[in-house]
Design a protein around this ligand. Sequence first.
Ligand SMILES: Cc1cc2nc3c(=O)[nH]c(=O)nc-3n(C[C@H](O)[C@H](O)[C@H](O)COP(=O)(O)OP(=O)(O)OC[C@H]3O[C@@H](n4cnc5c(N)ncnc54)[C@H](O)[C@@H]3O)c2cc1C
Length: 471
Amino acid sequence: MTEHIDAGFLDELRAAVGPGNVLTDPGRLTDYGHDEFSLRDIARVPEAVVLPSTTEEVSAVLRLADAHRVPVTPRGGATGLCGGCVPSPGGIVLSLEKMNRVAVDAANQMAVAEAGVTLAGFIAAAEEAGLFFPPHPGDESAMIGGLIATNAGGSRAVKYGVIRNYIRGLEVVLAGGAVIHPGGKFIKSSTGYNLTNLFIGSEGTLGVITRAIVQLMAQPPVLRSLVVPFAELEAAIETVPLLLARKIVPVAVEFVGLDVIAITEEHLHKRWPTHAGTTHLLIILDAATEDEQDRLSQAVAEVCLERGALDVFIADTPAKQDEILAIRSMIYEAIKAETIEILDISVPRAEIAGHVRRVREVADKHGLWLPTFGHAADGNVHTHIMKARYQGGKVIPLPESAWRDRIDAVRADLYRDARERGGVISGEHGIGLVKKPFLSLALEEGQIELMRGIKKVFDPNGILNPGKIFD
Ligand SMILES: Cc1cc2nc3c(=O)[nH]c(=O)nc-3n(C[C@H](O)[C@H](O)[C@H](O)COP(=O)(O)OP(=O)(O)OC[C@H]3O[C@@H](n4cnc5c(N)ncnc54)[C@H](O)[C@@H]3O)c2cc1C
């Protein structure tokens, strides 16, 4: 295995960030060798971990790494699901965890946050100032830098968009140590290329994000959740365009199967409002007043019942809403032990039902359990590739020989289907290491070539998160 660093380089790092902020103890390095992707065969222990506290320190570290050609893997909360922050080529992990200051600028309804602020901390700071940060990816230990570097999404995208829609400006340290500040506390700009957007979703390959200016909004007044069971998946999913056609824009519309609901209920000892049908829509609505919310909920219920919904359950108290949302957000935890990978294919909304039908065919073809749920109104589908069967209400683990050789074939079948439907292989998690072999199924070679050229301009020596997204 290639070693990139020696004692002299470590001394220079210690001089740059302080001796206590360079970790080399093998016992501490292991934790920095993986993210939340379940198969640990992609993990790699870094040669050292560096913990800067300021932008100047990040700049000094990148200057050194560039001069010595040492690979640098930026790391946030390590909640990523495709190996993006795994230091696969060795070298150092640059963890932003100590850069965790946030200040809210109420007059501009914006916040300035360092890269290591967690989503939980960011939401709390916004709420303390009486403001609201709409995107809500599922793991609140993700950090601002990681959320931006993956262009994270979450279930509220249909009404409120994804992280990209909220980033007004960035502070970024480039490979040689230069610091740039694209964007700012303004809404409009027609001033040259939009570099801010180029860094969003760049997965640490173009620069290290140290700070961000993030748009906030006024808090939504009245929230309500509806659980709507349908006998069949198709009827559930085909209801969503009708809601939108009637000018109803929910905060979120999630579709979820009864199998994973039942497993999660058991895991949490909580009750979902109904077990009718096979597929349920969870529809979250916000409105300015209780009266408006009543009218909106009524209109949604009418559309659903017209489309054959078996019932409509309204969670109108915070306690009932919390119980439903807890079950939805804990599905991943409940099936995590038997999950190999969570796909995050994104297709045009009208293609979801067709794609999910294809998932079922692929499950039968390869003999694997592929529970599928996701964001019905924005087209982002989460198929879990499982190393277990679901039979008679029980999860039954499979031996490795029954799943290991089938994973790539499942991925390729589903990614091809996404492409044929005009979709992409990742709607919110990124490409990282795990999806890299499949990028050419999603993008034309001409686009990948342009991306390689952009990478070369920003990182001529190839030290920033090398080997991620494409080779
Ligand atoms: C339970 C669970 C639920 C999830 N739900 C969602 C969801 O609803 N929507 C969604 O989009 N994602 C979801 N995710 C995935 C994950 O939370 C997101 O991808 C998140 O944005 C990763 O942030 P992080 O700070 O953990 O980044 P990391 O995993 O640490 O890193 C991710 C990538 O960003 C790069 N990076 C990190 N920090 C920086 C920086 N400062 N500068 C430059 N590059 C950087 C890394 O090199 C890596 O390529 C979920 C994950 C889990 C475990």
